[in-house]
Design a protein around this ligand. Structure first.
Ligand SMILES: Nc1ncnc2c1ncn2[C@@H]1O[C@H](COP(=O)(O)OP(=O)(O)OP(=O)(O)O)[C@@H](O)[C@H]1O
Length: 249
């Protein structure tokens, strides 16, 4: 398994000190993701999707329960995860440094990972830009000189440069125009076929999930209400809430 969450709960403390409240963001969430599989995680706003992605990326420790990555507890030092997982977020500007040229942005995870010569880095950057449908001249541009769809292609190139076995796509197409969404979803599918990465594909857009996911998990109020293979889920969703989601499609 690439990722396993076993009864993971995350509780935040919110509010001023004199009126502290505990906000449960994840309640005993159990999920597992096999190598090369895409798990679509759906749920309305506030259902705990982003918190789940944080746990999956090792950026937040569970309040209780266990999270394993590649069958091991998450390492204490993030550097030990370098090259093994990446995230593609809703707004690429959050992951793309505005002062770096595209070529540098894409190269960065590989440079951090280390052990690769400059010439090899440059070659890999050009190769991956080509694969995400950007011609080499894009390497010299800055992120603000690109369209939203092009920026998301750059984020995907950056995510893939170390050929990680696991990628989190958190609302990765939600901010794009519908026609561009389709292009990016196709790109994700094509690249998955080539690189065989596993992915947690988080979206409130159930249509996008249907298009790319092998398995689906539905979150509601921080808890998983249903998990099923995509074909089963979209054919005969079991839970009432899942049925509403599928019917709305
Ligand atoms: N840092 C935090 N401090 C306090 N509460 C938080 C924090 N982060 C998230 N929450 C709360 O935890 C719950 C789950 O939030 P989360 O962001 O995981 O949901 P989501 O499904 O990703 O929602 P959205 O689609 O709106 O981003 C919400 O009630 C949210 O208000």
């Amino acid at each position: 398994m690439i990722l396993e969450l076993d009864k993971v709960s995350v509780t935040f403390s919110a509010g001023p000190p004199w009126r502290r409240r505990q906000v449960p963001a994840m309640r005993e969430v159990s999920l597992s993701l096999a190598d090369g599989e895409i798990l679509g995680l759906v749920g309305e706003s506030g259902s705990g999707k982003t918190t789940t992605s944080m746990v999956a990326l090792g950026l937040r420790r569970p309040t209780s329960g266990t999270a394993l990555f590649q069958n091991q507890p998450f390492p204490k030092r993030r550097k030990q995860l370098a090259g093994r997982m990446q995230a593609v977020l809703q707004h690429p500007q959050w992951s793309l440094n505005p002062r770096m040229r595209v070529g540098q942005c894409v190269a960065e995870p590989l440079v951090v990972f280390g052990g690769v010569s400059k010439a090899e880095v440059a070659k890999r950057v050009m190769g991956i830009l080509d694969q995400v449908g950007l011609d080499p001249s894009f390497a010299d541009r800055y992120p603000h000189q690109l369209s939203g769809g092009q920026r998301q292609r750059v984020s995907i190139a950056r995510a893939l440069i170390t050929r990680p076995p696991f990628i989190v796509f958190d609302e990765a197409v939600s901010a794009l125009d519908v026609s561009v969404q389709a292009q990016i979803l196709n790109l994700i599918k094509d690249l998955r076929a080539e690189y065989a990465f596993a992915a947690l594909f988080i979206s409130h857009d159930i249509g996008a999930v249907r298009y790319v996911a092998d398995h689906v998990a539905v979150l509601r109020h921080g808890a998983v209400v249903e998990t099923a293979p995509a074909a089963v889920f979209f054919g005969t969703p079991e839970h009432e809430y899942s049925r509403q989601l599928v019917e709305a499609l």
